[in-house]
Design a protein around this ligand. Structure first.
Ligand code: ASP
Ligand code: MG
Length: 409
């Protein structure tokens, strides 16, 4: 017998029929001889609907009351799922985050888990019941209701799996797993059997649509093995595990694409200590999140600094930087939308060369211009025009033969 944590997201519990489907799956797992803790999200659309309601009664609802409100979404689902399981003749007990022993800090709407005392979970498991825990919520030491940030049910599931020493955490969602590239861009993309935590984190555009990245970091830290799979079929999913020695041969695991990016360039920045600090401190104070940063070699005592960011943050970045450009004595501020980031990711990149050459060559042959380049140990990313992103993804996917699975040597 193994101990499993199964998490079902909002679409998987989106209506009564789907809740009954989850109830059947959970009961089947238990009858196969496993102990099951089920973590559920609010039914799809419910959290958004509650946020909208809050703004209809108040222009700036307090974060404490937001948490009290939003926690009701998951509380509805745990009760409904317990009733559905009961109606099918099995036994289930629902627990709120607080009852499940999830203690958080006091930062309302984006609380961090401080510790978990899974006394009630373990008690009901021992008793032979399916334990159903509300995702996304916890309680402070002082008994205040908190929530863990959007998508936080993933974190609840991973953290409970760590706390009770589960054999596996299964994240059930509406896709079959993580793919070599977004199948909407590259139709012959393949589902991956496995990938490492680090690759999952780097494949942001593939991974983060499937899972909250904070929960992946948590899983990595505590070595929680998890699987991403669909709740709508019986297909096997993608396992996310610790790096293994054989992964060193996987040079490219997949391609991650992020659209809707923008680029800002400040030209003629005086080449002196503190200039870049002035620019990026201002952006940080305005809570603008920056992605790639490139500074040119200085010519005649000035340099150009470029960075990329989400297009949605561009107006805030421009407004913040206009006075800063004058203050540091730079020449001009230019910005551009309609760009995208394409990244190739793989553990084996650490120890194998030639990936950059192959990537740039295939984009060059396709007539796709590279505007910026950045690298990490296991990733090479390029900025290109958004209009050519699908062509670029298809070319890169084919160039590394990803239609057959990861590119290995
Ligand atoms: N219901 C919350 C949200 O929509 C948490 C979750 O679904 O994971 O963000
Ligand atoms: Mg989710």
């Amino acid at each position: 017998m193994s101990l499993l944590v199964q998490k079902y997201g909002g679409t998987s519990v989106g209506n009564p029929e789907r809740i009954r489907n989850v109830a059947r799956r959970v009961i089947e797992t238990q009858r196969a001889g496993h102990g099951v803790v089920t973590v559920v999200s609010a039914m799809s659309g419910v959290t958004d609907g509650l946020i909208q309601l809050a703004h209809e009664v108040s222009p700036s609802p307090s974060e404490r009351e937001m948490d009290v409100l939003l926690a009701t979404g998951e509380q509805t689902t745990i009760a409904l799922l317990a009733m559905a399981i009961d109606a099918l003749g099995a036994r289930a007990v629902s627990l709120t985050g607080a009852q499940a022993g999830i203690v958080t800090d006091g930062v309302h709407t984006r609380a961090k888990i401080a510790n978990i005392t899974p006394k009630q979970i373990l008690h009901h498991l021992d008793d032979g019941a399916v334990v159903i825990v509300a995702g996304f919520q916890g309680q402070t030491m002082a008994g205040q209701v908190t929530t863990l940030g959007r998508g936080g049910s993933d974190l609840t599931a991973i953290a409970i799996a760590a706390a009770i020493g589960a054999d596996l955490c299964q994240i059930f969602t509406d896709v079959d797993g993580v793919y070599t590239c977004d199948p909407r861009l590259v139709p012959n993309a393949r589902r991956l059997d496995e990938l490492s935590y680090e690759e999952m984190l780097e494949m942001a555009s593939l991974g983060s649509k499937v899972m909250q990245s904070r929960s992946v970091e948590f899983a990595k830290k505590f070595g929680v093995k998890f699987e991403v799979r669909s709740s709508f079929n019986e297909n096997p999913g993608t396992m996310i595990i610790d790096e293994t020695p054989s992964m060193e041969n996987v040079v490219i695991r997949g391609i991650s694409v992020e659209k809707s990016q923008a680029k800002v360039t400040i030209t003629g920045v005086p080449d002196r200590p503190g200039a870049a600090a002035q620019v990026f401190s201002a952006l940080s104070a305005a809570h603008v999140v920056i992605d790639m940063i490139v500074q040119n070699v200085s010519v005649h005592g000035t340099t150009d600094i470029s960075f990329t960011l989400n297009r949605a943050d561009l107006p805030a970045a421009e407004a913040t930087l206009r006075p800063v450009v004058d203050a540091v004595g730079a020449a001009a501020l230019n910005s551009r939308e309609g760009i995208a980031k394409l990244s190739v990711v793989g553990i084996g990149m650490r120890s194998h060369s030639g990936v950059a050459a192959r990537l740039f060559e295939c984009l060059g042959r396709g007539g796709i211009n590279i505007q910026m380049i950045s690298t990490s140990e296991i990733k090479i990313a390029v900025i290109i025009d958004e209009a050519s992103v699908q062509a670029a993804a298809k070319l890169t996917h084919a160039s590394f033969g990803l239609e057959h699975g990861p590119y290995t040597v």
